[in-house]
Every structure is written in structure tokens, then in C-alpha cells.
Design a protein around this ligand. Structure first.
Ligand SMILES: Cc1cc2nc3c(=O)[nH]c(=O)nc-3n(C[C@H](O)[C@H](O)[C@H](O)COP(=O)(O)OP(=O)(O)OC[C@H]3O[C@@H](n4cnc5c(N)ncnc54)[C@H](O)[C@@H]3O)c2cc1C
Length: 472
């Protein structure tokens, strides 16, 4: 079977690319190593209860522009439960805080959050962000990349942010949003997030009302099949066969060769380093080396089936503490219509440095139940009917110092060979949004090479209001 485009990897990046190419009439072959598509946004039925569960709970934000555009294309954008207020419910050592989100002129939208923040921080702590806010307002995406060599802790201290503000706000925010410790985070990655918090208002979170993968996998697969293409599962690519003129084929782990002269490798960095590293094409070795720099941020996602409702909150987060395990919690009985009125099913994430590799499942479940109970005391009367711990080697590649400069573009050193994936240079943090944007960028590159240029990717969000005036 001939193919116009071979896409390796059926995560969001590969599927977004394949769907856009199929929409443009290309016959696309997608190769996926696993038995199911979805990658790090996969879903399956829990073997004991049959409940649809995700690899781990995910949130979408109103700033996931490319991801939401993909859902609109697939007709699944209505399958999200949006939470306009509060922006977030936070549990820390002093109790619960509900942070509002207002669509006010940036940065004035921060004012309604001040009373909550000032119940935890002194005025001096809050004001210690002045220099940082000034710098963030005046920078842009290109300029912030110059901070990449520095770590976020040194960057905050260098701007005079006080230690208590660092411990209370920054440690939690960087862990939750970028999945690393402050001292291991690129200052460029932290600055990117901070300038958008400062310069954009009204954004809020949404949650899948069904399996996360079900928002993307069936629709993209259908588009590929309808345009005469195919999606092959259990097809692990071992190496790329290529010459200086471009790719020729891929070889799978079981020795099959699939000829293709137009290939998108939509793989995580470690897999890309292997496939490209084994290709024996000297021009591609710098890309393999670059990909080899990225280190995984692991997750533990724990699902707890309770025998009764334990509260009314949909979603809450725990402030960082050295002893804490989980960061974010989701009661799916308040998110998924199919579970409404049923006992609570709580999913929670332990992120990166908080993951305790040496704990067995029983200990993780016990600690997770305790942390749920600290937020929702009714949990102490509830029984856990069933629990499941998902151990995930990589949620995203760590944005450590130096990594922002190394995120590679879609184009490679070879003609007709492109890459995609959340970790590529999309100018947004590694996420489903970055993956969707990279897939759109790769599809744009493919269509441009075919002489049919088309605009598919949506630009990353930019600062607004008074913050935008300062930037200009
Ligand atoms: C628990 C968890 C929570 C998360 N929370 C959020 C969140 O709240 N919001 C958010 O936006 N993002 C979140 N993320 C991150 C998000 O899921 C990822 O950024 C995104 O799914 C990455 O998509 P991708 O297509 O770039 O890569 P992947 O999903 O990794 O896709 C790559 C695909 O390639 C396949 N593959 C690998 N090697 C080969 C090979 N040799 N041959 C063939 N196929 C191969 C893999 O099996 C996989 O299907 C979370 C991730 C996890 C795991």
C-alpha cells in the first residue's frame, strides 16, 4: 500500500498531524508501538470496575488553543466540563483558599486574588514580586529564552522575591505546571508561565467528561481511515532508513520495513533519540544528541473508588510541602455525567520529585486517602472499595535549565523528515496543547513541501491589557 505520509507515534501530536494531513486528502499511515493510541493521554477501562480511566487525570485550560481547535474539528469540544469559578481551590497548612478568575484588564485581574494571597503572605512578600513583574511585563517569548541557562530559584532570588513567597507560591506553581523542583527548572520556562499569568485574564480550567483519549483518538483515526490511510498498533519503529536526499523507510522491531519518503516522527525525546540514533545518517546525529538531553518527569496517578460521596468539590490542589505526595485531586463523580449521583471516584497525581519510587501501592493508597481526607473530612467515614495506582515513567520531559534552547523545530536536517511532540519548539510548556500545536506545525510543513501551504497552527497566547502596552 502506498502512503503519502508516514507518522510514527499515535499520541496527540501524531494524531493531530495525521488528522490534518488526512483532511487535506493525504493517504496517511500511522505506526503506534502500543496496542492502543493516545500515548501519554491514553484511556482504558479499569480491569476491576470497568470504569473508563485515564493514564492519569488531566486538565485543559482555555489557553489550550490548538488542542481545543482539534476537539472542535473532531466535534468533541462539548465533552469538557468547564469550571469558571473558582479558578482553583487550594489546600495548605492553614486551610482552604478559593482563588477567583476575573476577566479584568491585565494585570488588574490579579487584584481579586490579593485578599486570599495576603492571608498567607505578608505585604512585603507580595511586593517582593515588583521587579519580577516589571521584567515579565517587558519581556517576550524570544527574550525570555535568554534566561534558559539559569535555574528558576536563582532567578527568583535574583529579582528579590522573598523566601516565604518562594516556598508558598512558587514551589507549588512550578511543581504543578512544570513538574520539576524550582532549583531544577529553567528560568525561561518559569518566566513563560509567569508572564502569561500576569498578562492574560479570565482563563480557567476544564476536565474531560469522558475518557481523555476518547476526545481525540476515535475522531483522528476515523479521519485517517476515511482518506484511505491506516493506523497500525503494536508497530514499534526501531530505526529510520534514510539517505542525504531524505527518508526511505522505517524498520519495525519485528524486522518489517515500510517504505516512505515523507515521515513525521511524533515521538517523545527518548524514543526519537533511539530511532534517529540507529539511523546511521550523520546529519541526524545532532538531533539524537539533543533529544538525549531531555529527562522524564514521572507521575503516580492514583484512582480511589469510595463507597459514598465524600464532598462537593470537583477539583482541588494541595500546596507543596516536602512530605506531601499528591498535588492535584479530581472527584470524577462531579465531572463526568455518567458518574453523577454515584459515590466519589477520586483521581490524584503525584508529580515528578514528589513521586516515591520505593513505596508500594498499599502505602501510596493509604497516603492518598489521608490527603483526600485532609481536604474532605467525610472521607474518614468512607470506605475505599477499590484503588488503582498508575506508575507513569514520563508525563512530560523536565524543563530543566538549558532545555528550552534545545527544543528542536519541526524541520530536521533531512528534506521530507519532520518531528512533532510536546517537547519540540512550540513556545508553549510541554502539555497536550504543545503536542497539538506541534502536530499542526508538522502538518503545515508537510503541506508546504507538497506545494499546498496552509495555516493550521494557532499562535501561542500573548499578553494583553496594560501588560501588553509595557511589552510594546
Ligand atoms: C498523568 C499525566 C498527567 C498529565 N497532565 C496534563 C494536564 O493536566 N494537561 C496537559 O495539557 N498535559 C498533561 N500531561 C501531558 C500530556 O499528556 C502530554 O504532554 C501529551 O499527551 C504528549 O503527547 P505527544 O503526542 O507529544 O507524546 P506521546 O503521548 O508520548 O505520544 C508518542 C506516541 O509514540 C509512541 N511510540 C513511542 N516510541 C515509539 C516507537 N519506537 N515506534 C512507534 N511508536 C512509538 C508512544 O507509544 C506514544 O503513543 C499529563 C501527562 C500525564 C502522563
Amino acid at each position: 500500500m502506498t502512503t503519502d505520509l508516514l507518522v510514527v507515534g499515535a499520541g496527540i501530536a501524531g494524531l493531530a498531524c495525521a488528522c490534518a494531513a488526512a483532511d487535506a486528502g493525504l493517504r496517511v499511515t500511522v505506526l503506534e508501538a502500543q496496542a492502543h493510541a493516545g500515548g501519554r493521554a491514553a484511556s482504558w477501562n479499569d480491569p476491576t470496575t470497568g470504569t473508563r480511566v485515564d493514564i492519569g487525570p488531566h486538565v485543559v485550560s482555555t489557553e489550550h488553543r490548538n488542542y481545543l481547535s482539534l476537539l472542535r474539528r473532531l466535534g468533541t469540544d462539548g465533552q469538557l466540563t468547564w469550571q469558571r469559578a473558582p479558578l482553583i481551590t487550594l489546600l495548605d497548612a492553614r486551610g482552604t483558599l478559593r482563588m477567583p478568575s476575573r476577566r479584568w484588564l491585565p494585570p488588574l485581574h490579579g487584584l481579586p486574588m490579593l485578599p486570599g494571597a495576603l492571608s498567607r503572605l505578608s505585604l512585603a512578600d507580595a511586593l517582593s514580586h515588583t521587579r519580577l513583574a516589571w521584567a515579565a511585563a517587558r519581556t517576550d517569548e524570544q527574550a525570555l529564552r535568554e534566561l534558559d541557562a539559569e535555574d528558576a530559584l536563582a532567578w527568583l532570588r535574583g529579582h528579590g522575591v522573598r523566601p516565604h513567597a518562594i516556598d508558598w507560591f512558587w514551589r507549588s506553581a512550578v511543581l504543578a505546571l512544570l513538574n520539576v523542583r524550582l532549583e531544577q527548572c529553567s528560568a525561561a520556562a518559569a518566566m513563560r508561565v509567569f508572564r502569561l499569568m500576569l498578562g492574560r485574564s479570565g482563563w480557567h480550567f476544564g476536565f474531560p467528561r469522558t475518557g481523555l483519549a476518547d476526545l481525540v483518538v476515535p475522531g483522528c483515526t476515523g479521519a485517517v481511515l476515511r482518506s484511505g490511510g491506516r493506523l497500525l498498533h503494536g508497530a514499534r519503529v526501531r530505526r529510520l532508513l534514510a539517505g542525504p536526499q531524505g527518508p526511505q523507510a522505517v524498520e519495525t522491531a519485528d524486522g518489517h520495513r515500510l517504505a516512505a519518503t515523507r515521515i513525521v516522527l511524533a515521538l517523545p525525546p527518548q524514543a526519537l533519540a533511539e530511532v534517529v540514533g540507529a539511523s546511521d545518517v550523520p546529519a541526524l546525529q545532532p538531533l539524537a544528541t539533543r533529544a538525549g538531553y531531555f529527562r522524564p518527569a514521572p507521575y503516580l496517578s492514583t484512582y480511589l473508588w469510595f463507597d459514598r460521596p465524600i464532598g462537593s468539590e470537583r477539583f482541588w490542589a494541595r500546596a507543596w510541602s516536602p512530605q506531601g505526595l499528591n498535588t492535584d485531586f479530581y472527584d470524577l463523580s462531579h465531572i463526568r455525567p455518567a458518574l453523577h449521583g454515584k459515590p466519589s471516584l477520586v483521581a490524584c497525581n503525584a508529580i515528578g520529585p514528589q513521586v516515591r519510587e520505593d513505596w508500594d501501592d498499599a502505602r501510596i493508597v493509604e497516603q492518598s486517602v489521608e490527603e483526600v481526607a485532609q481536604f474532605a473530612p467525610a472521607t474518614r467515614q468512607a470506605r475505599v472499595l477499590h484503588a488503582r495506582v498508575h506508575r507513569i515513567a514520563q508525563a512530560i520531559p523536565q524543563p530543566r535549565p538549558g532545555s528550552e534552547q534545545l527544543r528542536p523545530p519541526v524541520a530536521t536536517a533531512l528534506p521530507r523528515l519532520w518531528i512533532a511532540g510536546d517537547w519540540t519548539d512550540t513556545a508553549v510548556p510541554c502539555s497536550m496543547e504543545s503536542a497539538a500545536r506541534s502536530g499542526a506545525l508538522a502538518a503545515e510543513a508537510v503541506l508546504a513541501e507538497l506545494g499546498r501551504p496552509r495555516r493550521l497552527a494557532i499562535d501561542p497566547p500573548e499578553t494583553r491589557g496594560l501588560v501588553a502596552l509595557l511589552r510594546r
